[in-house]
Write a protein that binds this ligand. Structure first.
Ligand SMILES: *Cc1c(COP(=O)(O)O)cnc(C)c1O
Ligand SMILES: [Zn+2]
Length: 412
């Protein structure tokens, strides 16, 4: 049984009753994104700190009482979620702030945070008897959907910009998705997927547009609290493109709070590339009662956060303003440098978008906004092997020698 009660519009607040097996995307009044709200008092009877301590399911399904799904719906057998959270002392020392942790989302089945959204979307699509699942992606959301679908014998249709990193395209093809490489941007692929879903009646997994993506992504916040012994961190530092991760992170902390599992909320630090900063610009143009989403022309090396029009922009702006957080931007050079910093100081190898949170941490610590006694969690949102061309730009070259031990003289 699901405790989901209603869909609530992120823009106009209009509510629509939640019904099992009904696929709902956007607000019937104004066309904006919806969030799912629950009967939190009832949910609290099914999930609490004690029930979680006794729960041996080390995946995002630990929190199934707070998903809009029935019991017994088919789930991916792959382990999404419950990724490791490491105390990152050397990283912290490097930037003069030791109370920092890194959450390695690259450990998810397809190597990125997107498996959280995809796991919930997949079960929902099956529950709602979808004909076919489709989605648009800069690369990770698609390869995630393809991976999870493969685990239950389904082939989705995935739209990606033809310039997506090779590893992500390889994943998509190998998992058996129908891959449509669009000669255009992610934003164009997104709109094309939307039109195709309307035309053919497919289930659309598109980020933000489908309210289930946020519901899956919120699981990360629940894990952070549980892994920190129910100490809510002061800050969570989040790479932002479409804004759906940060919106999901905020929803996760809110849902924990509303269910009585926690008694406080963190501040969120959104981090964007200077070359893909639509959310930052939107926050600057907005107040909480008047949110304006700005469209830019993105060009960052961090492909996973290269977005012209943030598809969960309202959710992202709200997450930052409501949490009393900040949005900062970092250069692409700093992002590349942060890939190395994360790898060298923590052993976590993350793709450019993932390293954006590390670059953001450096800037937040230096700015003094992050206070000495405050804790911070950086999300390393995707695996470093997903974009080797960018990693090599940060890596430099090895020492080349002839194969004799004498040649090591003076080198080591
Ligand atoms: C999708 C993605 C992001 C950004 O998430 P948004 O919801 O688009 O803000 C960050 N890092 C990685 C690795 C991603 O795949
Ligand atoms: Zn509305």
């Amino acid at each position: 049984m699901s405790f989901a009660r209603a869909y609530k519009c992120m823009a106009c607040g209009h509510e629509k009753e939640y019904r099992n097996n009904e696929t709902v995307y956007v607000c019937e009044k104004c066309g904006q994104n919806l969030e799912i709200i629950y009967d939190y008092a009832e949910a609290a009877k099914a999930i609490n700190r004690k029930s979680l301590a006794d729960n041996t399911d080390m995946s995002l399904w630990r929190y199934s009482a707070l998903y809009p799904l029935e019991n017994g719906t088919m789930r991916t057998p792959l382990q999404a979620g419950w990724t490791p959270l490491y105390k990152a002392e050397r990283l912290g020392r490097k930037f003069g702030h030791e109370k920092v942790w890194i959450k390695d989302e690259g450990r998810n089945p397809s190597g990125s945070f997107k498996d959280r959204a995809g796991s919930i979307a997949l079960s929902a699509a099956i529950e709602r008897k979808a004909k076919r699942i489709a989605g648009a992606s800069t690369g990770n959301a698609g390869s995630s959907m393809a991976c999870l679908c493969a685990s239950v014998g389904i082939s989705p249709v995935i739209f990606v910009p033809c310039k997506a990193p090779k590893a992500k395209i390889a994943q998509l093809l190998l998992y058996g998705a129908k891959v449509i490489a669009v000669n255009g941007t992610y934003d164009q692929a997104f709109d094309l997927c939307h039109d195709a879903c309307e035309k053919y009646g497919w289930f659309n997994r598109n980020t933000g547009y489908n309210p289930l993506t946020r519901e899956g992504k919120k699981s990360c916040s629940m894990e952070i609290c549980e892994q920190m012994g129910w100490e809510v961190p002061d800050w969570v530092i989040v790479p932002v493109g479409d804004g759906n991760i940060i919106s999901g992170i905020w929803k996760g902390f809110l849902d924990l709070y509303r269910t009585g599992l926690t008694d406080r909320l963190p501040k969120l630090c959104a981090v964007q590339s200077e070359k893909s900063n639509a959310v930052k610009k939107s926050i600057e143009a907005s107040s909480i009662s008047d949110i304006k989403i700005v469209n830019i022309e993105a060009s960052t090396i961090a492909d996973s956060i290269s977005v012209d029009l943030p598809r969960d922009g309202i959710g992202a702006v709200k997450a930052v303003i409501e949490s009393k957080g900040v949005c900062i931007e970092v250069s692409d050079e700093k992002i590349l440098e942060a890939i190395r910093t994360a790898a060298e100081t923590t052993g976590v190898f993350t793709e450019p978008a993932g390293a954006t949170s590390i670059a953001g941490f450096e800037k937040l610590a230096a700015s003094g906004i992050l206070k000495e006694n405050e804790t911070a969690v950086c999300l390393a949102t995707g695996n470093g092997l997903k974009d080797i061309d960018s990693a090599l730009k940060a890596a430099g070259s090895p020492i080349l020698i002839e194969p004799s031990v004498e040649n090591l003289q003076g080198i080591i």
